[in-house]
Each structure stands twice: as structure tokens, then as C-alpha cells.
Write a protein that binds this ligand. Sequence first.
Ligand code: DAS
Length: 358
Amino acid sequence: MKPAVLKTIVPAALAFLLAMPAVQAQETTKPNVVILATGGTIAGAGASAANSATYTAAKVGIDQLIAGVPELSQLANVRGEQVMQIASESITNDNLLQLGRRVAELADSEDVDGIVITHGTDTLEETAYFLNLVEKTDKPIIVVGSMRPGTAMSADGMLNLYNAVAVAGSKEARGKGVLVTMNDEIQSGRDVTKSMNIKTEAFKSPWGPLGMVVEGKSYWFRLPAKRHTMDSEFDIKNIKSLPNVGIAYSYGNVDDTAYKAFAQAGAKAIIHVGTGNGSVSSRVVPTLQALRKDGIQIIRSSHVNNGGFVLRNAEQPDDKYDWVVAHDLNPQKARILAMVALTKTQDSKELQRMFWEY
Ligand code: DAS
């Protein structure tokens, strides 16, 4: 081979070979993120690109979701598992426990740095809060969904998923509790709620988001104030089943039918969704007093959206009736905490402490 050629090829080959370990090392420096898929709109499909609201949820599998966002591989070593494939309005307590146990197994695994859960948006806030209460890890756990199916124009799922993996792989997200990344914002799993059903800017926290994700980088502005994950007294590993807790919505002319039906069905607690400050109609108070005497916990929440804040002994003499107030939790989150709390205590004063602290 002519010397001139040797002079060019050999150094280039050497340089390439020398770079190899660095390339290998780069792969191993990327975080390992597992995506658990449960269904929902983020896995949905519509008949045409114009169908942003008419589609079928829970159709697309996790491998296709990951293949649809090849940029994920720039953020992390990603692998997926299809835990279930359902629309989230159909998620049961058993599904919640199944998901929570799989999350705990992965969180305990040395080679997992972060976990993403793709989920329907209808009950995303309930799952996120449940995991926030029971997962004993400081690794990032990010629950993510989308308001439009991937088949629609301006679908939001791809970027939501990209942001979720970016946050799940970031060290700054550790120890902040379960998080939700929707519409470029990072929300606390405790606070966030679906406030609108046909906008991509649907998920809001009454007390504001914790941060933002821009081009794969997260920016933090606040920290969660309530107990969660490693600081929680609850542990998924100690929860065999979740008790029956009903939610009864109040309104003008309401009577005690729903409350009696929940009691008949074996509810251990009833979330009263009151008007205003968790008010209770005078037509319903005697029944709630009787149900409390029968051992059913009565928990007053509010249907004031975007941050109803129920104060003890304001609208009702909670001390006298031995009732609990849900603090700022919306009714569906109050049910999640009540179920988890009742796996540990039947004491209403202990329950109230938990509602202040979580
Ligand atoms: N049915 C809704 C759900 O699965 C679709 C969605 O918004 O994700 O929660």
C-alpha cells in the first residue's frame, strides 16, 4: 500500500478505534428508563388526522409508541412493558395494585434509573396520587398521557412522552414524588387534576406546576410540600387490597339515597362532595350521623373545582359528628387517600392527620 495512503488511513482508523470506548461509555452513561404502558388516548387511534376528539383509546402497543418517538434513544436507554391496555375510566383497584407492584419491583432494580407510565387522562390524577402515596423510592416516576391520539394533527402524545422520559432520566427529578408531564409542564402527582376534556392544556394544579420541560431539559421552580414516596408511612408492599370507598355528589334538592346505597354496598368510607366549603344539606345530615355511628367514615370534600379547600368545623361541626375533612384534595383524590389510609387505621383522628399531611 502506498505510504501516502498509509499516512491517512492508519491515523483515521486509530482515531476511530480510540473513540470507541468513549462511545461505549456514553451509552452506559445514559440513564435506563422503563416505560410501563396501560392504554388511554396516548395509545389511541382515530379514523383520520382530523379526528382529535373522536377515536378509540388503548389501541396502540408500547413498542409502536416507542418506535413513534425515535428521539427517546438520545435521552435514555429505553425499554417498554405493556402492563395493561385499557381506557383509564375502566381502571379498577386491582389494576392500581398490579401497576403499583410492578413499579415497586422496577424501582428496586439496580439497572432502572427512572420509570414512565403511559396512561389514560381520565383517571391519570388518581393513579399518580396513589403511586405518590405508596412507592418507597426516590427514583423519578412520571405518569403521562395525551389529549389527542397519535393519529391526529398536532397530536400531543409524542412530545409528552419525550418530556416524560427526559424527566424520568434526570437526577434533578429524584425525590420530588410522582410527577406528571403534560403540555410541557411538570406537575406534582398529588396536586394535578384534569381540568378540561378537549384541550391539550388540560392538566392543572391548583397551586401551580413544579416546573417545565423545554427541548428535553427540565426547569424547576417549586417543590412538593406534602409527604410522599420515601417520606410516606404507606408502602405498596404492605397493601393486599383496597377497601370500598364511595363518592356521593351533592347539589340542590339532594337526598340521602346515594349515601344509603354506598353503605348498603359495604363502603368503609363515603366521600361527601359538598357544595362550597363541603356543605351538607340538612336533609342528609341525620343519615351521615347514623352511618358514622355504624362505623362508616364520613369525609367532606368540595365540588368547587380548581382548589376547593374544606375547613374543619366551618360548615359542619366535624368534631361533634366525628367527621373528616379532605383539606384541598378533590373528591377523586380524597377517595384514593381514604382507601390507602384505611389499610392502616380505622381511627377518624388518625385519618384526619393523614388528610392534613398527604
Ligand atoms: N378514555 C380516556 C382515558 O383512557 C382517553 C384519554 O383521555 O386518555 O382516560
